[in-house]
Write a protein that binds this ligand. Structure first.
Ligand SMILES: COC(=O)c1ccc(CCNc2nc3cc4nc(N)[nH]c(=O)c4cc3[nH]2)cc1
Ligand SMILES: [Zn+2]
Length: 374
């Protein structure tokens, strides 16, 4: 019996979006869900208590980063990532494939694995599917990701076909190297770029290996949004309805809503936490760059429609002052608000699915947020 189980609750009659629950050894979270990113075993500037307070049920961390620092053996000795970072909710770890490609140079892909340089020290490293599984085993995450190749966008069809076939062989090697399936669920990652035949092949290869969940990778890598939406539309039909679908690296409000409409259950992205650290906030009326001079004596909250800790206690003027003077507390306030904004957005998406009105909600939200402005 797998450690991770999906419970489908209902499908929105208006949009086809799914309402569900994912059960893991560290609890249950409702879907569609947004997962805050905690790359180095912390969701930057947030405490676990604050993440619980804002309603986060699952966070993401990274195999590649924790392998380099502090080293997965230290995390294993600490009793695993939950203990190490004092987080008792669910944890998903990405497998390192994407991070190697987005962070490191001098990369060489072979059938065995990927040769690359440590992006911090320059030393030569080698990561294989088995290695990525050992690291995630040591981290003790509830959901592990298979080791895959996320090719650059755009990529030639011939290259993409070879890459998909290798990613499927690597997925099989990950399954064979999976030591504790009763404690950790392993998700396969569908690749294939923008090519419908390759996405179908990749999905069928992975579904034949019967994973407890499936990610759609190779997206949010610079492609236009309509390409992403089209890829989702012709990929999700090949995935089983009784397993979660996880769209990797997606986190803007419009993409979360459009992904849910196309049958996606799980999302993650560094966007909300990263833009918060340069003073950019997501609000119900669109993005607000709080360091802008026009807010120097604006004593309203970041978002008048938000009831988060930041918006109940602090003004734009105060947060602007902290951000301008690089006060850490300022970035804690913007981070808290941005994460709260996305977690609340997903709660509203789930409620709209319950009421069979997600397309109506999309119209209302886009209008207010300003996505429809030409
Ligand atoms: C301020 O905003 C930012 O800095 C920022 C940075 C990156 C992204 C996009 C992240 N996109 C993305 N993450 C990804 C992670 C992935 N992991 C694996 N194993 N396989 C994939 O195929 C894969 C694809 C991804 N696409 C979005 C926003
Ligand atoms: Zn707020």
């Amino acid at each position: 019996m797998s450690a991770v189980r999906y419970e489908h609750i209902k499908t929105c009659k208006q949009s086809g979006a799914r309402l569900g629950k994912v059960h893991t050894p560290h609890g249950t979270f409702e879907t569609p869900v947004f997962m805050p990113v905690g790359t180095l075993a912390t969701v930057k500037t947030m405490s676990p208590e604050e993440l619980v307070e804002m309603g986060a049920g699952i966070i993401l961390s990274n195999t590649y980063h924790l392998w380099l620092r502090p080293g997965h053996e230290i995390v294993r000795e600490a009793g695993g990532l939950h203990k190490f970072m004092n987080w008792n909710g669910s944890i998903l770890t990405d497998s390192g494939g994407f991070q190697v490609f987005s962070l490191s140079d001098l990369r060489k892909i072979t059938e065995e694995g990927v040769h690359f340089r440590n992006h911090l020290s320059g030393e030569k490293l080698f990561l294989t599917p088995e290695g990525a599984m050992d690291i995630q085993n040591a981290l003790g995450s509830d959901i592990m990701m298979a080791f895959d190749e996320c090719p650059p966008y755009p990529a030639e069809y011939s290259y993409m076909r070879q890459s998909v076939e290798r990613t499927s062989r690597w997925a099989e090697r990950c399954l064979e190297a999976h030591k504790r399936p009763e404690d950790q669920g392993l998700f396969g990652i569908v690749q294939g770029g923008e090519f419908e035949e390759l996405r179908k092949q990749s999905a069928k290869d992975l579904v034949s290996l019967d994973f407890p969940g499936y990610a759609i990778g190779g997206l949010s890598v610079g492609e236009p949004k309509d390409v992403m939406n089209r890829v989702l539309e012709f990929t999700t039909p090949w995935l089983p309805e009784d397993k979660p679908r996880y769209l990797m690296g997606v986190g803007s409000p419009d993409s979360l809503i459009d992904g849910a409409i196309r049958g996606i259950d799980m999302f993650d992205c560094v966007l909300p936490t990263r833009i918060a650290r340069n003073g950019t906030c997501m609000t119900s009326e669109g993005r607000l760059v709080v360091r802008n001079a026009k807010f120097s004596n604006d004593f309203r909250p970041l978002d008048e429609n938000c009831d988060c800790y930041t918006c109940r206690n602090y003004s734009r003027a105060y947060i602007r002052h902290l951000v301008k003077t690089s006060e850490t507390f300022g970035f804690r306030l913007t981070t808290y608000h941005n994460l709260y904004f996305l977690l609340k957005l997903m709660e509203r998406v789930r409620q709209a699915i319950r009421e069979d009105r997600l397309l109506d909600f999309r119209e209302e939200f886009f209008e207010q947020y300003g996505f429809n402005k030409p």
